[in-house]
Design a protein. Structure first.
Length: 301
């Protein structure tokens, strides 16, 4: 679509379906953190995380709209298509997490003891947090690669899954540091090494794609990614077998949650979270491997 706002402005950046979705993201994001900051309130690490998500996503989305509207993104030494696709997927995951956490910890039906006005503000903020997630999901849906389409890597299913894999790994790391007792056995330490290695390589793959430096590598990037994904599947299979055995088998751990284990500070809970998300990431890598066999992408889009 050609710009009608002059040679230096791209009105499609705000009038196209993707542009409208981004404008809604800015509107919903600003409304959400404004309601929370004005009267809704937040506290502790959970509330701080939610505020960070909303302000961070708002700032980056404004930056993206500005760059596309003024064509300034052409001056940046990054692969713009990969950057926007990766951010949209990351913002979707972050916003849905905040949309679940904030009402879970801060919303209540009764007015006591926070007062009805604060309660109403928190409910409204939760509604707009949900709408923000929908807006980012819409952008991912609109910009994802269609079957047979030549596009940037991060817009493909395989590229989007890389963001999800890294995000799930962060959840695993969070559970690991929450008194998971992973250092008790060498086998569980191996699982931590698997999580760490796969996370680092996945982040490197995303970084090379976003910076558009894949063409400078001395080896074929796309083929190497497929080989790595196959290796990650094997590594996660080993972790998916080892972690439950050494955490929930009666010989090494506890098959049931200890009765005297404090809520929020129980190693068994952290071990269960890690086990669940290990299988989630294993499934993601398997799906990634299946899709990576047939994608076509270019690094400079």
């Amino acid at each position: 679509m050609e710009s009608t706002g002059g040679p230096y402005l791209n009105t499609a950046a705000v009038t196209s379906p993707v542009g409208i979705a981004r404008l809604l993201q800015v509107t919903f994001g600003c409304t959400t953190f404004s309601l929370v900051a004005h009267q809704g309130g937040f506290s502790a690490a959970y509330g701080t995380f939610c505020m960070f998500v909303w302000t961070f996503c708002f700032a980056v989305t404004v930056f993206i709209i500005t760059c596309e509207f003024t064509h300034l993104h052409s001056c940046l030494s990054i692969s713009w298509g990969n950057f926007t696709a990766a951010f949209a997927m990351l913002a979707t995951l972050m916003s849905v997490t905040a949309a679940v956490i904030y009402p879970l910890y801060f919303v209540q039906l009764g007015c006591y003891p926070i007062g009805c006005e604060v309660r109403d503000f928190r409910i409204a903020a939760s509604v707009f947090a949900g709408l923000l997630f929908v807006a980012y999901t819409a952008e991912v849906f609109l910009t994802r690669a269609k079957p047979g389409q030549v596009t940037s890597y991060m817009a493909t299913v395989s590229g989007l899954l890389k963001i999800v894999q890294a995000f799930v790994a962060c959840i695993i790391f969070g559970a690991l540091v929450n008194d998971s007792q992973y250092g008790k056995y060498v086998a569980t330490q191996w699982c931590v090494a698997v999580y760490s290695f796969c996370f680092v390589v996945t982040v490197v793959v995303v970084a090379f794609s976003v910076t558009g430096k894949t063409a400078l590598l001395w080896f074929p990037f796309e083929r190497s990614v497929v080989v790595y994904t196959f290796g990650a599947v094997l590594l996660y299979v080993s972790a998916a077998v080892i972690w439950p055995v050494f955490c929930f088998d009666s010989k090494y751990g506890s098959p049931r949650r200890p009765g005297l284990c404090a809520k929020g500070k129980c190693p068994w809970d952290s071990q269960l979270v890690i086990a669940i998300f290990t299988y989630v990431n294993l499934l993601l890598y398997v799906v990634d491997l299946a899709y990576s066999q047939r994608i076509r992408f270019v690094s400079h889009l």
